[in-house]
Design a protein around this ligand. Structure first.
Ligand SMILES: C[S@@+](CC[C@H](N)C(=O)[O-])C[C@H]1O[C@@H](n2cnc3c(N)ncnc32)[C@H](O)[C@@H]1O
Length: 295
């Protein structure tokens, strides 16, 4: 049986990418970011619905078996003000939580930063899942658990009405970590970090030598190009320069596969934000196959 899925907050389509290996049909995607939708359409031949989810009516949500939701993490992130449910950027998710219990899709998957756990919105989500008769489990997954030389810890909540789901998957099949160098492409000067930026942000930058055995990158966020603290690692080159990791390299680290392309029309600064907001495709595949046992 084909699972009909909705991809809320679709961004560049990590869920659509993961779902491609399963008997899952993404019947609609939703994102208000026009550049994210340009990239999504170029890769999946479907233009996501661009309406603001804050006010989507119940009739705007098609019937489906599975909801994927990766709402903005800023209301919960330790780097933000942690306004939780009071943050306007949490409004759409609160709105969808209400509809979730009316629509009752068979499967619900939610992704967010680890600080989401224990927030008021997290408490509300679990309360609503309980009221609506769902069973659920929470998983802390990191790209490094899949043999990727990158730390990107995220929390995933998997809920279902299906009584057969056991929620006790075998751990991710950790392969021998590939060397960081294997994920990097030939670089050009456009990726170089200027000496001024290097000296201004020296105290907060994480600069990694990719040739050093066991070297890891720390997760990329949408603030990467602005060199915000803990927004992502930089690479030291043999030539003595320090450079940013490119959006295409970040896509590879996130498991998008070499045929995924962010169209050339998307400005570089926007591409960084889009990949920084995205999700590790391997983590989603793992939840679909090992937790939900979908094929
Ligand atoms: C954390 S990112 C999710 C990224 C996505 N999962 C991916 O694979 O790239 C959150 C996304 O939600 C979108 N978004 C945030 N608030 C929204 C709203 N109220 N209505 C529609 N989209 C929204 C943003 O444009 C952003 O692309």
């Amino acid at each position: 049986m084909t699972i009909q899925a909705l991809e809320f907050y679709s961004g560049i389509g990590a869920f659509a990418r993961a779902a491609a290996g399963f008997n899952i049909d993404v019947v609609e995607a939703f994102d208000q970011n026009q550049w994210a939708n340009v990239s999504y359409e170029a890769n999946f031949r479907h233009k996501p619905c661009s309406r603001n989810l804050d006010s989507i009516p119940e009739q705007g949500i098609p019937e489906s078996d599975l909801w994927w939701m990766s709402p903005p993490c800023t209301p919960f992130s330790r780097r933000g003000k942690q306004k939780d449910g009071e943050d306007n950027r949490a409004r759409s998710f609160l709105h969808l939580i209400d509809f979730m219990t009316i629509k009752r899709p068979r499967y619900i998957l939610v992704e967010n930063v680890s600080a989401f756990i224990g927030s008021n919105v997290h408490g509300l989500l679990l309360a609503r899942l309980n009221q609506a008769g769902y069973r659920y489990a929470e998983y802390q997954l990191c790209s490094s658990m899949f043999g990727v030389p990158m730390l990107r810890p995220r929390v995933f909540i998997v809920a279902t009405l299906d009584k057969d789901v056991a929620f006790n998957p075998s751990p991710p099949q950790k392969t021998e970590p590939a060397g960081l160098i294997d994920y990097l492409f030939e670089s050009d000067d456009s990726l170089n970090c200027s000496p001024e930026i290097l000296s201004r942000y020296e105290a907060v930058l994480n600069i990694v030598d990719p040739k050093k055995p066991g070297s890891y990158l720390i997760c990329f966020t949408s603030g990467y190009q602005r060199c915000r603290q803990a927004s992502g690692s930089l690479i030291s080159e043999d030539s003595g320069t320090t450079r940013f990791v490119s959006p295409a390299e970040i896509l590879g680290l996130l498991g998008f596969g070499s045929d995924y392309r962010i169209p050339q029309s998307v400005p570089q600064a926007v591409a960084y934000k889009l990949v920084g907001n995205s999700v590790d495709v391997r983590a989603i595949k793992y939840l679909l196959s090992e937790v939900l046992q979908l094929r």
